[in-house]
Design a protein around this ligand. Structure first.
Ligand code: SF4
Ligand code: SF4
Length: 180
């Protein structure tokens, strides 16, 4: 069965021209996600990386995305304004081909979670700490059509069985099926 749900889509817009490479975003992200919270900071543990190209004085913040169990068969290579960038430089995946977006001690993949572990935050921590306004947080509401999963149906049935009893549910379902 299809159900329409409202969903908040969260985005962080990156204005590369405003990024000055201060790396405050990396510091606060790693500190916010430390255990206990704020007990340490190590940008190697951040879920955002600022890629630096000294020749062009360019800084590009890249957010950690999905975990990839295997390397891609191919490689991304960018040329911008005639300058060629490293292979996979702007890729967001934590994958076996490189060390970025991996927890340095355990090797476990890191992924930006929009700081959702703290619902009191009005904006993700990296956005709050970016004084250059290179990171801009935006939210929009969208209607999405989703298939109701078997699990959701089971949870609903269990709740009704708890209230009315399985026998009554089965009798009702049988009666309804005959009407169809
Ligand atoms: S905090 Fe902002 S200006 Fe500083 S490196 Fe991160 S994105 Fe760039
Ligand atoms: S949104 Fe939160 S988890 Fe994601 S990079 Fe920024 S500080 Fe880290």
């Amino acid at each position: 069965m299809e159900v329409t749900k409202k969903k908040i889509v969260k985005t962080i817009r990156i204005d590369v021209d405003k990024c000055n490479g201060c790396r405050a975003c990396e510091v606060i992200c790693s500190s916010f996600h430390a255990t206990p919270k704020y007990s340490s900071n190590n940008p190697e543990r951040a879920r955002i990386r600022v890629i630096h190209y000294p020749l062009r004085d360019l800084y590009v913040p890249v957010y950690a995305g999905e975990y990839a169990a295997a390397e891609c068969a191919g490689r991304d290579k960018y040329t911008i304004d005639g300058k060629e960038y490293d292979e996979c430089a702007f890729c967001r995946a934590s994958c076996p081909s490189r060390d970025v977006f991996k927890e340095p001690d355990s090797g476990l993949p890191l992924k930006c979670d929009m700081c959702e572990s703290d619902p009191t935050l009005s904006q993700p921590m990296c956005v709050q700490w970016c004084l250059a306004d290179a990171l801009i947080y935006e939210e929009r509401e969208e209607e999405v059509v989703e298939e109701e999963t078997l699990e959701e149906i089971e949870i609903g049935l269990q709740a009704m069985a708890h209230k009315f009893g399985w026998q009554k549910l089965l009798d009702t379902a049988g009666r309804m099926a005959k009407k169809d």
